[in-house]
Design a protein around this ligand. Structure first.
Ligand code: SAH
Length: 480
């Protein structure tokens, strides 16, 4: 073994690390270009009609052979989407085809079709007979020219469809337009004869824009701005933005698809104490998570510090998600935070969430309104700026026996609130309930009448957030 002259130890040459091994693949996804090419479809079922339509959508010239075609096939033929021959297929029909598909009526027909396809050198698919297939159809998410194919290699098609639904939900429809724009801008990018690095910077900046504003149609002005940024060396971290996102009451299944998408593209997440940790788990792994807890009567972050952190991160070019419990526009100081964004000239958006009242009502199977007994729905906070019961609540409205009142942040001031609403004329027997940690594993419910509410205080050992619901809707049958 050669020795290093300097150290006397075995010399070691710099060697590239071999690329990682690829785990076994049940099938190789290849994307089949069919534009203008002949494809043979044999069989007359509704199921095969869907495949014929799919093939035509991919640009194939589809010839269907079916002695007794289903209505859907006839309709496709009438519309000129496919050419229909009302007779059985013959081996000659397969010649020159790019692909041949058969919904075989029997094992014998499947074997014969495959044999004919092999002889004609044509790739074959037999519906529901994987053993005879060269290729299989997968589930598709279509944002063409962005196309996603999903296969479980026949192991679990239903599972595959569920995966498809998830991807479908995560990919905004607008991605289609951005992918189309990429295709039409590509020649202009090539014409600039940029080096590899500059091209890469361009497409990274493009991608960032697409991910950030998927719902907006890209324009030529976007393209020019990207080129200009490239020339001035400004591509790189873009301008920061803030998204105020509702995290819902707790159950992670109750967050919106938009919330998930923003969490998955966030650089920084500023989250409130009330946000369930399982919702933070939905965020992009690399996103920095900063707790800006603010809970009544506990050690809290000052609102000014939260706003300052939010603005500072966005100013550095970060995509900031300001994640708030429930709905951001309900008792969440959203107005102040939006005003700060406006003053700083920062782009922002608001994504609604399910507020505690709706989460609680749903989990208890409660209707918050009723056409006879509860025609008004009102949300109030019983926590004033000084932590006490606000004096200026509309007591007459709160004493309305035909209303459903949901009190947020009201546990501490409950006795004072109850005294005031009774004084204002609400009947003492009006149903009421206290719901804590609604929609989470720790959810608990205490039922009472309004006058009995203060007596519940001792039973409220649960440290989680609680709302109080007052009114007929809170009765056993919701219409008491
Ligand atoms: N924006 C939030 C409310 C923030 S104020 C929303 O729309 O729900 C905080 C108060 O909300 C808590 O004091 C409590 O009254 C209520 N709250 C929030 N989450 C709750 C939950 N899971 N169960 C019960 N009350 C909840």
């Amino acid at each position: 073994m050669p020795q290093s002259e300097e150290t006397g130890r075995p010399a070691r040459r710099p060697t590239a690390t071999p690329p990682g091994r690829i785990a076994a693949l049940a099938a190789l996804p290849l994307f089949h270009k069919l534009d203008g090419r002949p494809v043979v479809v044999a069989g007359g079922t509704e199921g095969i009609a869907w495949k014929a339509e799919l093939l035509a959508a991919a640009g194939a010239r589809v010839r269907v052979f079916a002695p007794e075609p289903a209505e859907a096939l006839v309709a496709l033929s009438d519309a000129g989407t496919v050419a229909l021959a009302r007779r059985p297929w013959t081996p000659d029909d397969l010649r020159g085809a790019a692909l041949a598909i058969c919904d075989a009526g029997s094992e014998g027909e499947a074997a014969a079709f495959r044999c004919a396809a092999r002889l004609a050198g044509v790739t074959v698919n037999i519906v529901d007979k994987p053993a005879y297939c060269d290729v299989q159809f997968g589930s598709i998410v279509n944002r063409s020219p962005l196309v996603i194919g999903i296969s479980t290699d026949g192991a679990a098609p239903v599972f595959g469809q569920a995966v498809r639904a998830r991807i479908e939900a995560l990919l905004p429809e607008g991605f289609k337009r951005w992918a189309e724009a990429a295709r039409s801008w590509r020649p202009a990018v090539q014409a600039r004869e940029l080096g590899f690095r500059a091209r890469r910077v361009f497409w990274e900046a493009f991608t960032e824009k697409a991910l950030r504003e998927p719902d907006r149609a890209p324009t030529d002005a976007d393209r020019d701005a990207l080129f200009e940024a490239l020339e001035q060396g400004r591509s790189g971290p873009g301008v920061g933005s803030v998204a105020f996102v509702g995290a819902g009451p707790g159950d992670p299944e109750l967050v919106t698809l938009k919330a998930v998408r923003l969490l998955q593209s966030a650089d920084v997440i500023l989250y409130d104490d009330l946000v369930d940790p399982r919702i933070l788990d939905l965020a992009r792994r690399e996103a920095r998570r900063i707790g800006v807890g603010k809970r009544g009567h506990r050690a809290s972050c000052a609102q000014d510090d939260i706003v300052a952190a939010m603005l500072a991160e966005a100013a550095k070019g970060a995509r900031v998600v300001r994640l708030k419990g429930g709905d951001p526009a309900v008792f969440g100081r959203l107005g102040e935070e939006i005003a700060a964004c406006r003053a700083a000239g920062l782009a922002y958006e608001v994504v609604p969430g399910i507020t505690a009242a709706f989460g609680a009502a749903a989990s208890l199977g409660l209707s918050l309104t009723h056409r006879r007994s509860a025609r008004r729905l009102q949300f109030v906070t019983a926590h004033g700026q000084d932590g006490r019961l606000p004096e200026d609540l509309n007591w007459a409205a709160l004493a309305d026996p035909g209303a459903t009142t949901v009190v947020y942040m009201g546990v501490r001031t409950m006795p004072a609130l109850v005294a005031r609403v009774l004084e204002a004329g609400l009947p003492g027997h009006t149903p009421a309930m206290v719901i804590s940690s609604a929609t989470t594993q720790a959810q608990s419910v205490l039922r009472s009448s309004v006058e009995g509410l203060p007596g519940l205080a001792g039973q409220l050992t649960e440290p989680g957030p609680s709302i109080i619901i007052i009114g007929p809707a809170a009765g056993e049958d919701g219409i008491a």
